[in-house]
Design a protein around this ligand. Structure first.
Ligand code: 6R9
Length: 646
């Protein structure tokens, strides 16, 4: 954030890849950039050979801006590429080491994982799921979330994974939008030793919509749940007699692999559509290149499968590379603040991929926690989800990477499917706080409002200039919104990422943060509008404007400016009620930090709430020209109310 800017201008000396790392790295020839730039299609075509196809493509790319198709005519199966392909050489290699919050450990070899996935794929078929039907998955970080995702992919049913901490209402909206008939969930799970009653959340959320035909419930925590006759079945019961082999469905390159709902600028979450061929090529290739994955690595991505990172870099990328991955269910401070380092020591983790918000929290807790453990097995560490400030980067490098591990700060999005800007750890000289350079095959730039490239050091909008294999194909059921959101800022063929950025004299990219109404709270992506629509559904609220305020630990926190209905009194009780109301209706990770009551909000003359102005106020910045507001006096009033909170 602010800090990045300072560093980029100081032209800080970078960190070269350690010599032995570079020597042994999978990618260590800088020519890769030039080759990919000269002919990106051949570059991707070459990498597509890392995937097994039933039938190879006729053409690499069909680009009718802004619509793209990749590996046209190609036939493959994503699950086959994650599991079956590994059976020849790695049948007995561990695919997943899972650790529960309580300390339980479960391991699956590739062969065992394939059997579980095939059995579950047959269960899904048995409940009537057919190719093309969207299955919703609402599971915490237990192996079954991966098993369910891959089982869907095996039978050609796109999955829609909803982050387990979302509320039942948020789940219901997503089920409704996807018109999903089958849900996979569990009884409950443990978070900091306390039970989260997942199945109850489901029952509450879907009570009104009555959309689902079938709910498959994994018994995980052991809490009591109520099962609806004819609709709800237990995972272990339906799995009991299920056949453990299942022919993978032959999928077209452009068949949908999954939907991932994400927050945007309107109240309704968008279903980001990813297809099979391009996504598999992109995630397979980038996982190998960015994490330098080798046969004996133990790879740990701490992301949740409810977000895109859990899809691309916990499931599809790593498994299609035959990796042993670690999966952890719980909180980083349970039972104590050394849980991550304990996991790394016990499982001999070699690659760690986590988020800046976690890194800043570890920093706050102090280096004595990692120092209690032998974490010297680590050889590469990564960051994703929000800008990492140079201070946190350096701390991570020093205290977790022990000064020897390359740090990969990877910029990308749900919509991009793959890592877009990142160091290649055997080649790139890194600068703390910069995601460095676009990946080979990716053409990115920082543009101004008109679409011209801005000079070094100047703020602009991050843009992607050429199509890439795992790009979002559409917004589910809403092509117009797809075009409007991502392609209409400039010329219909330049992708607008929604992030502000700048480049320095060396061409390095420094991501500043979102320029739209997306808020990143502890790396979790939340939409202002979705949040506001929850707040105004409360009987006391007339209007709400929700913005992100920069926060040292969490990246951003949520500030909600609320106008109450007439006759409703402001009170501290109402504040805490609204806070709980938002947390309950969206999810506890979205608890607003401040609720600020105001008789009015900054609005345009046509009555639209100006979040830009609210955001400036929340962040103690100059709101710029406010003369076009209905009532410019509102600004001073809100500034005063906000100042009292700081
Ligand atoms: C992968 C993921 C996307 C938004 C993105 C940006 C922020 C992600 C970042 C980063 C700076 C990085 N972001 N990685 N900002 N540096 N290395 O997080 O996807 O949840 O869709 O969020 O996250 O603002 O636009 P998603």
């Amino acid at each position: 954030m602010g800090e990045n800017t300072d560093q980029s201008q100081k032209n800080i000396t970078g960190f070269r890849p350690p010599e032995d790392f570079a020597r042994n790295a999978i990618v260590n020839d800088p020519d890769i950039y030039g080759r990919a730039e000269d002919d990106p299609e051949s570059f991707w075509e070459e990498n597509a050979n890392g995937i097994e196809w039933y039938r190879k493509w006729d053409n690499v790319l069909e680009w009718e801006p802004p619509l793209s198709k990749w590996f046209i005519g190609g036939k493959l199966n994503a699950c086959y590429n994650c599991l079956d392909v590994n059976l020849k050489q790695r049948a007995d290699k561990t695919a997943i080491i899972w650790e529960g919050e309580s300390g339980d450990i479960r391991k699956y070899t590739y062969k065992e994982l394939l059997e579980e996935v095939s059995s579950f794929a047959n269960v899904l078929k048995g409940t009537g799921v057919k190719k093309g039907d969207i299955v919703t998955i609402y599971l915490p970080m237990i192996p079954e979330v991966v098993i369910a995702m891959l089982a869907c992919a095996r039978i050609g049913a796109p999955h829609s994974v909803v982050f387990a901490a979302f509320s039942g209402e948020s789940l219901a909206t997503r089920i409704g939008n996807a018109n999903s008939k089958v849900l996979i969930t569990c009884d409950g799970y443990s978070r900091r030793g306390k039970v989260v009653e997942q199945k109850n959340k489901v029952d509450e959320g879907i009570r009104s919509c009555g959309l689902l035909d079938k709910v498959i419930v994994m018994k995980h925590y052991g809490n009591d749940v109520s099962m609806t006759e004819g609709r709800d079945v237990w995972w272990h019961e339906v799995m009991k007699d299920s056949e453990s082999s299942c022919e993978p469905e032959v999928m077209d390159s452009e068949d949908m692999l999954f939907l991932m709902y994400t927050s945007g600028t309107t109240g309704k979450p968008k279903g980001i559509v990813h297809t099979t061929g391009g996504y598999m090529v992109a995630t397979h290739t980038t996982t190998k290149f960015v994490f330098d994955l080798k046969e004996d690595d133990i790879y740990w991505c701490t992301a949740d499968c409810g977000w895109i990172t859990g899809h691309s870099y916990l499931v599809y990328g790593p498994l299609s590379n035959g990796t042993t991955l670690v999966m952890y269910e719980g909180a980083p401070d349970y039972p104590d603040k050394d849980r991550y380092w304990d996991i790394i020591e016990r499982h001999k983790v070699t690659i760690l991929y986590t988020a800046p918000t976690a890194i800043r929290t570890f920093m706050k807790w102090g280096p004595s926690w990692p120092q209690m453990h032998d974490i010297s097995t680590l050889r590469l560490i990564g960051s994703v989800g929000e800008p990492i400030n140079p201070g946190a980067w350096l701390w991570y490098h020093e205290n977790i990477g022990l000064g020897k591990c390359p740090v990969v700060d990877t910029w990308w999005q749900t919509e991009t499917g793959m890592i877009m800007i990142s160091p290649l750890p055997g080649i790139t000289t890194t600068k703390p706080g910069s995601a460095t350079m676009p990946m080979p095959g990716i053409k990115a730039a920082v543009l101004d409002e008109k679409g011209n490239e801005v000079p070094p050091g100047q703020d602009g909008y991050l843009a992607i200039l050429k199509p890439w294999p795992s790009m979002v194909r559409t917004v589910f059921g809403n092509e117009e919104r797809f075009i409007e959101t991502y392609w209409s800022k400039w010329d219909n063929k330049t992708y607008f990422a929604g992030d502000g950025a700048k480049r320095d004299e060396d061409g390095y990219f420094w991501i500043i943060g979102r320029v739209d109404d997306v808020i990143k709270v502890s790396g979790h992506r939340i939409g202002s509008a979705e949040f506001e629509s929850i707040l105004v559904s409360h009987p006391s609220v007339a209007e709400a404007g929700v913005v992100g305020k920069e926060d040292e630990l969490r990246g951003e926190v949520i500030y909600s400016y609320v106008t109450l209905k007439s006759g409703v009194e402001e009170s501290d009780e109402l504040k805490s009620e609204l806070t709980s109301y938002a947390a309950k209706n969206i999810g506890p990770f979205a608890r607003p930090k401040q609720i600020i009551f105001s008789d009015d909000l900054p609005k345009t003359r046509s009555g639209k709430i100006m979040r830009r102005v609210l955001k400036a106020i929340a962040n103690n910045k100059d709101p710029g020209d406010v003369t076009t507001l209905q009532d410019p006096a509102v600004v001073e009033n809100l500034k005063e109310k906000t100042r009292i909170l700081d």
